[in-house]
Ligand binder design. Structure first.
Ligand code: GRF
Length: 189
């Protein structure tokens, strides 16, 4: 059995897309989804998808107890599907190369603290970039850094608004994130 633990902070469309992708794969399970925002829509999705979900506060998130809980599941992979908090070093040490994140831009550009949601797309457009896209990477101690595992691109046109660019980037996320996770799981052995 491969256990994937999901972390999310908001809408949860990526989390839902990932769970649906693996729906028929008996050897892949989603034993837990953690979210740091009590009113996040991802909880509605988790209920519908029958994925056990709970709110997590900062203290618990930083705790050794949480790391131990994840190890006891055991979590084979932790997937950050739109999660805005930086992963504590103890969790990274406990799960080396086993924490994946998706960023809605072509890292290393347009990453780092504060670069999330519409702000990313606004920055890409303001910089006059001709393309944007997604980056899926393993987490290391620095925010939005770590080994890049996959990138996919989309054009940025002069009439693009941040919302329009966000739509194009979301399409790439839904098309690629689950398959990249699947492939990564294979290589974890
Ligand atoms: C996605 O755009 C993802 O790239 C970023 O956060 C957003 C999450 O969206 N990390 P959702 O909550 O999965 O709908």
């Amino acid at each position: 059995m491969k256990n994937i633990v999901l972390f999310a902070s908001g809408n949860g469309s990526n989390a839902e897309n990932i769970v649906n992708y693996f729906a028929k794969r008996e050897e892949v399970a989603f034993p837990l989804l953690l979210c740091n925002k009590r009113d996040a829509y991802v909880f509605e999705r988790a209920k519908r998808l029958k994925v056990p979900a709970r709110h997590i506060g900062r203290t618990e998130f930083q705790s050794d107890e949480l790391v131990r809980e994840l190890q006891q599941i055991p979590a084979d992979l932790i997937v950050l599907a739109g999660f805005l908090w930086q992963i504590p070093p103890a969790m990274i040490e406990a799960f080396p190369h086993r924490i994946l994140n998706i960023h809605p831009a072509l890292l290393p550009k347009f990453g780092g603290k504060g670069m999330y949601g519409e702000r990313v797309h606004e920055a890409v457009i303001a910089a006059g970039e001709k393309e944007s896209g997604i980056t899926i990477h393993a987490i290391d101690a620095d925010y939005d850094r770590g080994t890049v595992i996959f990138q996919a691109k989309c054009p940025v046109t002069p009439d693009d608004t941040p919302e329009m660019l966000a739509q194009k980037v979301h399409k790439l996320e839904y098309a690629h994130f689950p398959a990249v996770i699947d492939n990564y799981l294979e290589h974890l052995g």
